[in-house]
Write a protein that binds this ligand. Structure first.
Ligand SMILES: C[S@@+](CC[C@H](N)C(=O)[O-])C[C@H]1O[C@@H](n2cnc3c(N)ncnc32)[C@H](O)[C@@H]1O
Length: 313
């Protein structure tokens, strides 16, 4: 397996999607192409469209999947454009789709990408290196109130307001430019070398990453688009890595699996909602011990899967 990224729960993802010859599949988060390669190994005659907003990921996937060049199309953009980009290629419906959310090992481990508090680099955190807003701009330009909301909503950080105030005080002296400078500010609030200080750094860095990449904002509409273009019997699999993300997946799937939400005594349906999905697992699946021993980063992975129903009701 390449050092770029080891795919989590790959066997399970492929088993659920169950690719068939001639079928059309989407990998919405191609990364290094590990999951996509596993799909092709299972069924070389499928056709696949691969999205990733990180140009480095697309370049890596092109190498991994070089043997399937005639069956693979790369779409280097955010999966928020899923429907539009597929429609531009005359694809109106698909047989299966995978979302493996968040960042790849390569993004985390490449110091200059500025994702990690234990690697000193410019505060960047953009998955899409063509986009304008970096984490440095966020910490240096947003008012304390907005920073507080970001740390609360996307990091569930209990000291959000204090941290935001400290950032504003420090940046008045000089701009906060690096991951190391931000980590030291967090330590000045939460302490050094303790479990609590580590958790604070994890939460605040996660919050900034989610905000910079609009991760939660684009997720629900993209999942809804994916569900809408699935053929009857087609399957959607989503791997998420933190509870905020998993909640969006769970609620979006639940809504699509519920159908009519009119009061039970209503004489007829006025909401117009149709039941479009059947859930394939009520609780998210996670990696087993053998996989955890091979790939520690699969630890947080939560897999949810659903199938587009044949008869809407
Ligand atoms: C966990 S990695 C996927 C790894 C991949 N499954 C593999 O086997 O190598 C997530 C990838 O999705 C990309 N990504 C995350 N959110 C995205 C979005 N909204 N649109 C497009 N790509 C996204 C990231 O740039 C990253 O390369």
């Amino acid at each position: 397996m390449s050092s770029f990224h080891t795919p989590a729960l790959a066997t399970e993802c492929v088993r659920i999607i169950d690719p068939q010859a001639g079928g059309i599949y989407v990998d919405a988060t191609l990364g290094g192409g590990g999951h996509a390669a596993a799909m092709f190994e299972r069924c070389p005659e499928l056709r696949m469209f691969g999205f990733d907003q990180d140009p480095q990921a697309i370049a890596e996937a092109r190498e991994t999947l070089a043997g399937y060049a005639d069956r693979m199309e790369y779409i280097p953009c955010n999966f928020s454009r899923l429907r539009t980009e597929l429609a531009l290629r005359m694809i109106k419906s698909i047989d299966g789709i995978l979302f493996d959310l968040g960042v790849s090992s390569h993004q985390l481990d490449t110091t200059e990408r500025g994702f990690s508090f234990d690697r000193d680099a410019l505060l960047d955190m953009r998955m899409d290196t063509r986009s304008a807003m970096t984490a440095a701009q966020v910490v240096n330009e947003l008012p304390a109130g907005e920073l507080t909301q970001i740390f609360k909503n996307y990091g569930e950080e209990p000291r959000a307001a204090r941290i935001a105030r400290e950032i504003v005080a420090q940046r008045a002296q000089r701009p906060i430019q690096t991951t190391g400078e931000l980590a030291r500010i967090l330590e000045s609030v939460a302490g050094t070398g303790t479990k609590e200080s580590l958790k604070t750094k994890l939460r605040v860095f996660q919050a900034l990453r989610i905000y910079v990449n609009r991760e939660l904002e684009v997720l629900r509409p993209a999942l809804q688009d994916a569900i809408n273009i699935l053929k009857p019997g087609g399957r959607i699999v989503v791997l998420s890595y933190h509870s905020l993300e998993d909640r969006v997946v769970k609620n979006t799937f639940r809504d699509a699996a519920t159908g009519c939400v009119c009061p039970p005594r209503a004489p007829r349906c006025v909401c117009g909602e149709k039941k479009r999905l059947v859930l394939l697992n009520k609780r998210p699946q996670s990696a087993d011990e053998a996989e955890l021993a091979r790939n520690n980063r699969s630890r947080g992975a939560r897999l949810r899967a659903a199938e587009r129903i044949r008869e809407e009701s």
